[in-house]
Design a binder for this molecule. Sequence first.
Ligand SMILES: Cc1cc2nc3c(=O)[nH]c(=O)nc-3n(C[C@H](O)[C@H](O)[C@H](O)COP(=O)(O)OP(=O)(O)OC[C@H]3O[C@@H](n4cnc5c(N)ncnc54)[C@H](O)[C@@H]3O)c2cc1C
Length: 457
Amino acid sequence: MKRYSLKYEITVVGAGPAGLAAAITAARMGKRVLLVEKNGFLGGNMTLGLPLLGFLDENGKRCIAGFGEELVTRLKETGSSYDHRFCPKHNSVTNINAEDVKILAIEMCREAGVDVLLHLEVSGVELTHGKIKKATFYGKCNELTVESDIFIDATGDGDLAYLAGCSYDKGRGERNELMPPTVMFTIQGVDDTKLFDYVAAHPGEMRAACSTIDTKPGYDADYFRSDPNYVFVGMTELFTRLKKEGKCPVDRGNMIIINGLHKGEMYVNTSRLLHTDATDILSLSAAELEGHMQVKALLKTFREYVPGFENAYVSSIAPNLGVRESRRFKGIRTVTGEEALMGLIPDDTICLSGYKIDIHKDSETATLFKTVERPFGVPYGSLVSAEIDNLMFAGRCISVDEDVIGSVRVMPCCMAMGQAAAVGAVLAHNGGVSVAEVDVSEVREELLKNNAMLSQD
Ligand SMILES: Cc1cc2nc3c(=O)[nH]c(=O)nc-3n(C[C@H](O)[C@H](O)[C@H](O)COP(=O)(O)OP(=O)(O)OC[C@H]3O[C@@H](n4cnc5c(N)ncnc54)[C@H](O)[C@@H]3O)c2cc1C
């Protein structure tokens, strides 16, 4: 085995929305930063074809800016994103080109001076005196040991924190039910004019497939026709009928498609892998295999039954299963559903979350929605490990309860958390203190200087 030993001031593990924001922010603040990623590309779930949800709140008011806004601005410069658009169902949508994110992410890392290493998965952690001294990574018969003053876990699943023995929660209810993952795929050759002519004539197809959805009026054919920046959730009557007839290939009551940046291109978010635990390799592997089979079956269903999809074909399948949920780690502060629904903005808020609580149930077709009437604050403490002095979380592994994860998991919020975790880490490093001891008012000051939103005033 080939072995390498490296030393950094700040090491970020995982290069999804949270990790990218964290690594780039910390490097811009002058730190020697390493970003380690298990895939052969950067971007995490931003490369699956998903829209960025949550820049605007329930009332169409902005609640996220900072790093996420900068990324969207850069994408827009190359025609790789539409702008933010109010959506009666999702608050707002910001559709992006999945492939272009991969390139922009590298450019931004290079500009900031982040050292990036790919194809490396964290495999071990060495602890001394309540701190992570070293993390070990494995890839292609190479072992890399990284000594770092501060680590930021942005792996989504919190793999680094897990290996460090940190406490966590997973799922909800007696079965620790987790939201089911999805294999995303891209199709071309769709005629959306035909789809929306059909939907206009059959408004029942836009009926919500679950009882808790709080869609505002206007989520209809005219909305989709007026702007290509849309996410379509519909064909409920069709999917309900197909289910009754035993012809529906997935456990869903509708289809979700995200319009791409090119004519006829759509990202499909309709597969559903029930009873999956993405932190268990046997479960993960089985879901990935079954998800690919669902792609084939869904394409057949679309071509046969959905107007406008007769000539659709699959142009790509996402390189890995999209995981909605796994571990939530114990921070010095845990945000609860009550606080979120009250719109509580604590003094140590480091970003806002205005996206609804959106929980895909691990049972047949259900999705549970709770409206977040006004954005709530994500406190600094929810990014800080309660157990390890030099460990921060960013992204969907932060310290929140089983409800709040349904809101903060959206990608703009993950970028905002990544940006804030980096600022906390840098200030801790500058001051020679633990990440928990940082003066949060200084973190907030630095975030505001960099266009982050800490309130809507
Ligand atoms: C099917 C699906 C639909 C969704 N829909 C939307 C949507 O429409 N809009 C929206 O905004 N959000 C959506 N989300 C939520 C959102 O995509 C995620 O919650 C968000 O991407 C989490 O960001 P993250 O940076 O924490 O993790 P990720 O985006 O998962 O990034 C984690 C990164 O860490 C890397 N990594 C993981 N483990 C290791 C390891 N052990 N070692 C090294 N690297 C590692 C991964 O390869 C990845 O690059 C959806 C999620 C899914 C799965």
